[in-house]
Design a protein around this ligand. Structure first.
Ligand SMILES: Nc1nc2c(ncn2[C@@H]2O[C@H](COP(=O)(O)OP(=O)(O)OP(=O)(O)O)[C@@H](O)[C@H]2O)c(=O)[nH]1
Ligand SMILES: [Mg+2]
Length: 336
């Protein structure tokens, strides 16, 4: 009989330590989790498993065709037009915006909800903001699932790292008062296969492997960089009164040059651990060898560097953003 890892969903195997689901043969009968999950949980030590995006897409496409209730998760810091993907699910969809504990408490979530409704044409039943870490709205979500679940199985989908496994763990804690844990981690592609978690006789939650976002700054990065750029606590926004010909240097990752000739206000939302420096644009070429993205922004727009930060800008601004190749950089109306 095949056995599955309760941490990542991979089928156990004893032949290849580099492949998913590996356990030493002496532990095959007793192990609950694979070696990789054991090491993530106990040592924070992560091994990347190379699974093709094709495999992930295939799993995702199976869920799209189902008539079940779907929870579509999106990290509040990675909100972009990728969420319109939820319109291609056949079942009833609830949009879950995760990790709201990372935004300053002063931010009005209703404003973001309106922002989402006004900017994206979404076919959703409801939009809920949650924090699995702080148990914010977890009970409310559970009630919503109970009320609207048409079949037993409820699927959680979304980009890798959106917080699907963490939310299942939080929902289990809320119902069964036990410390349950599917493996979660700061690095992408932690869950490798479907994982079924029975909540009660009427609800079974199904965790799915996240879709990999190749435009996210974390894609292909070393664990050290991912740890540095990922916000773990409430973000302290950093405001800079920008004068013409000034630049912001964001760690060793990106550079924003301000090219307009009036004063302006830039507020950066990013991990508190990233150092930011303001410099004179003309005397320093640091990071100018990275890919250039130019923007002519209207009043009250953000420039977003996917997975790294967003910069809220008050007035019309010409900016040049330098960041590594393949990272999605885009503008949007102020989200906050
Ligand atoms: N601050 C904060 N971090 C969270 C929250 N939920 C999840 N995270 C963190 O986000 C990272 C990814 O969480 P996971 O639950 O592994 O994400 P996932 O969607 O299951 O990812 P894959 O399995 O790779 O698809 C982990 O480091 C979590 O600790 C939250 O509510 N607040
Ligand atoms: Mg997961």
């Amino acid at each position: 009989m095949t056995k599955k890892c309760s941490g990542c969903g991979a089928i156990f195997q004893t032949r290849d330590p580099q492949k998913e689901g590996y356990v030493k043969s002496e532990f095959y009968n007793t192990a609950k989790v694979c070696e990789r999950c054991f090491r993530i949980k106990n040592y924070g030590d992560y091994k990347v498993i190379n699974k093709s995006s094709y495999d992930y897409k295939k799993m995702y496409d199976t869920v799209k065709k189902k008539n079940n209730l779907v929870l579509f998760l999106c990290d509040i810091l990675n909100l972009d037009d990728g969420i319109t993907e939820l319109n291609s699910f056949k079942g009833l969809v609830i949009l879950i915006i995760t990790k709201v504990d990372l935004l300053p408490k002063s931010v009005k979530l209703d404003k973001i909800k309106n922002y989402i409704i006004n900017n994206y044409k979404l076919n959703v039943f409801d939009i809920i903001f949650v924090s699995s870490m702080k148990n914010y709205n977890v009970d409310l979500l559970l009630k919503l699932i109970e009320k609207n679940n048409n079949k037993k199985d409820v699927y959680l989908v979304g980009h890798t790292n959106a917080g699907k496994s963490s939310l299942i763990n939080a929902l289990v804690r809320a119902t069964k008062k036990v410390d349950f844990s599917i493996t979660t981690s700061i690095l992408p592609a932690t869950t490798l296969n479907f994982i079924k978690v029975k909540i009660n006789d009427k609800i079974t939650l199904i965790d799915t492997p996240g879709v990999i976002d190749e435009g996210n700054f974390s894609f292909g990065e070393k664990p050290g960089v991912v740890k540095n750029i990922t916000a773990k606590k409430e973000i302290k926004p950093r405001t800079y009164q920008m004068k013409p010909n000034q630049s912001l240097i964001i760690g060793s990752y990106a550079r924003i040059d301000y090219l307009s000739n009036t004063k302006n206000s830039f507020t950066l939302y990013l991990s508190n651990e990233i150092k930011v420096k303001r410099i004179n644009l003309n005397t320093n070429d640091y990071l100018r060898d990275l890919k250039l993205n130019s923007f002519d922004l209207k009043d009250k727009q953000d420039v977003v560097i996917s997975g790294l930060c967003f910069c809220k800008i008050t007035n019309h601004a010409m900016v040049n953003v330098y960041v590594k190749e393949n990272v999605k950089v885009y503008s949007r109306d102020n989200m906050i």
